[in-house]
Design a protein around this ligand. Structure first.
Ligand code: 4AD
Ligand code: MG
Length: 449
C-alpha cells in the first residue's frame, strides 16, 4: 500500500515515531500564543495535534500557521513524537506547512447549531466528530454484513432497481416513465428476484438501496434506505430465524471489536451492546398480543390525523411504535416475533400449516427503542396458493408470471429476510434520528443536499 503514498494517515501514525512524515488534512481547530501554535489536523482517519514552534520554522511558515482557519486544507511535514499530554498519544513537531486552500467563514462552528441548520449543511456536517464517527460505524456495519455472508457460502446477486411491479404492497411505490413500456417502479425490495437467484445458486444475498414512498415523518423512516436480503433454498422459518440471529450478533460484535474509538466518541453505553449474544428471545404474534392485553397497552390509531387510543389491543392489528416499545421494555437483547396474521403481511408469505390465520413471518425488534430491524418469512412455495394470493391482492397477474414459474419448476421450501442497514446503525450508534446515519438522507420532506 505505502509504495505509492507520498503521505501517511493519522490512524497509522504510531508506526512512525521518531520519523519525519507528511500528513494531509483539514484544520479542525487552532490555538496558541507567542512563539507556539497548536493546530489540530483531521484527515478522515483521525485527529492529531501539530505543534508549530517559531524557532523551528521559517518566518513565513510560522506566520501562515497563525492565519489558519477552521477547515482550511493543509499539508504538514514534521516529526512524530509520542506524547502523553497530546490527545491520541502522539503529536507532530512541525518542520514545514503548506496551505492548499484557506477556508473563509466555515458555517459550522464549535458552538451549538440546530439540527435543521445542520441537515441543510449535510455536505459539511459529515466532517463533525459525531457524524464522522457514525459514518465509520456505518462502514463497519456494511463490511460486517458482507463478510458474514461471503464467509458463509452466500453468493452476492444484485437485484434490479427498476422493476415493473410491487414487492411490498402498492401503496409506497415511486414510479417513473419507462420508454414505450409504460410505468416502471423503484424497487421496494430485491426479494422476489433473490428468490429466483436462490433457486439457481442455493444461498444468495442481495444488497442495495430500497425505495419507499413513505409520507410518515418518524425517526425510523427514510424514502431511500439500504437493505441486505439473504434468500435460501430449503430453509424453513426456524432456519431463517437462526440465520437472522447469527447475522445480528456478528454485526454487533464486529462493531464492538473494530469501532471502540467511534463508540467512545458517541458516548455509547457499550455494556448494552455486549449483551447482544445468541440466543435472542422469540415469541409468536399471539403471545405478544396476550402480553399487550394483560398489560393494558392501548392501540393508537390515526383518526382524522389525531392519535386515538383503542383498548384493549385487538388480535389482527399490526404493532406500532408504542406496542413495540412496550414489548421491548422487558428485553435487553433483540426479540423475534413470528407467525403474524395473514392480513397484515405480504402476499408471498407462506401460511402456517398448523394455523391458516397466520403466516410464517418473522420480525426482529431491537432493544433500546431500535424498533424493527429485520422483516422476513418463509415463502409460499405452492403454486395454487400463491396464485390465489396474487389475485386476492389485485396484483397484475401478467407481471408475476415469472415469479409463479419458480413454483412450477422445482419448487422448494425457501426463506429469507431483509435487514435495514440504517435501523441497525441507528441502534448501534445510539443516534436519535435515522437521518444522521446515512450520508445523504432522503425523506418525504427532504431531497437535498
Ligand atoms: O419488513 P420489510 O418491509 O421487508 C421486506 O422488504 C422483505 N421483502 C424483506 C425480505 O424478506 N427479503 O423491510 C425489511 C427491513 C425492515 O425490518 C426495516 O429494518 C427496514 O427494512 N426498513 C426501513 N428502513 C428505513 N426506512 C424505511 N422506510 C424502511 N422500511 C423498511
Ligand atoms: Mg416489516
Amino acid at each position: 500500500m505505502s509504495a505509492y503514498k507520498s503521505f501517511v494517515y493519522v490512524e497509522e501514525i504510531a508506526k512512525y515515531v521518531g520519523e519525519e512524515v507528511t500528513l494531509n488534512g483539514w484544520v479542525y481547530n487552532t490555538r496558541g500564543k507567542g512563539k507556539l501554535q497548536f493546530v489540530l489536523l483531521r484527515d478522515g482517519t483521525g485527529v492529531i495535534q501539530c505543534v508549530a514552534f517559531k524557532q523551528n520554522l521559517s518566518e513565513e511558515v510560522f506566520e501562515l500557521t497563525k492565519q489558519l482557519t477552521q477547515e482550511s486544507s493543509i499539508k504538514v511535514i514534521g516529526k512524530v513524537v509520542a506524547s502523553e499530554k497530546a490527545p491520541g498519544g502522539f503529536e507532530i513537531d512541525v518542520t514545514d506547512l503548506k496551505v492548499y486552500q484557506l477556508a473563509v467563514d466555515y458555517p459550522i462552528t464549535p458552538k451549538e447549531h440546530g439540527v435543521e441548520f445542520l441537515i441543510n449543511q449535510r455536505h459539511l456536517w459529515l466532517r463533525s466528530s459525531r457524524q464522522h464517527a457514525i459514518m465509520r460505524v456505518r462502514a463497519a456495519v456494511m463490511k460486517a454484513i458482507r463478510d458474514f455472508f461471503d464467509g458463509n457460502g452466500f453468493k452476492l446477486m444484485d437485484s434490479p432497481i427498476l422493476t415493473p411491479n410491487a414487492c411490498e404492497g402498492t401503496s409506497t411505490l415511486f414510479e417513473t416513465e419507462y420508454f414505450d413500456l409504460g410505468k416502471a417502479y423503484l424497487s421496494q425490495s430485491g426479494q422476489l428476484y433473490a428468490e429466483a437467484t436462490a433457486l439457481a445458486l442455493g444461498k444468495v444475498y442481495t444488497f442495495g438501496p430500497a425505495f419507499r414512498a413513505e409520507r410518515s415523518k418518524t425517526r425510523k423512516h427514510l424514502t431511500e434506505f439500504w437493505m441486505v436480503e439473504p434468500e435460501m433454498a430449503f430453509f424453513e422459518l426456524n432456519d431463517d430465524m437462526d440465520l437472522a440471529e447469527d447475522l445480528v450478533e456478528y454485526i454487533v460484535q464486529y462493531c464492538l471489536k473494530t469501532c471502540q474509538k467511534e463508540l467512545a466518541t458517541l458516548e455509547r453505553d457499550i455494556t448494552k451492546l455486549e449483551k447482544v449474544r445468541r440466543p435472542f428471545y422469540r415469541m409468536s404474534y399471539t403471545e405478544a398480543v396476550d402480553w399487550l392485553v394483560k398489560n393494558d397497552v392501548p392501540l393508537t390509531k390515526k383518526v382524522d390525523g389525531e392519535d386515538v387510543e383503542i383498548r384493549p389491543f385487538p388480535w389482527g392489528e399490526d404493532f406500532g411504535t408504542p406496542q413495540e416499545e412496550a414489548i421491548m421494555e422487558q428485553f435487553d437483547k433483540p426479540l423475534i416475533i413470528h407467525r403474524y396474521p395473514t392480513d397484515i403481511k405480504a402476499f408471498y408469505m407462506k401460511r402456517d400449516p398448523q394455523n391458516e390465520k397466520v403466516v410464517l413471518a418473522m420480525d426482529m425488534l431491537g432493544p433500546e427503542k431500535a424498533g424493527e430491524i429485520i422483516g422476513g418469512s418463509q415463502r409460499e412455495d405452492n403454486y395454487d396458493l400463491l396464485y390465489q394470493r396474487i389475485i386476492h391482492e389485485n396484483l397484475p397477474e401478467e407481471e408475476f408470471k415469472w415469479y409463479l414459474d419458480l413454483r412450477k419448476y422445482g419448487s422448494v421450501p425457501h426463506s429469507g429476510f431483509g435487514l435495514g442497514v440504517e435501523r441497525v446503525v441507528k441502534w448501534i450508534t445510539g443516534a436519535d434520528h435515522i437521518r444522521e446515519v446515512i450520508p445523504f438522507p432522503r425523506m418525504s420532506y427532504r431531497i437535498a443536499p
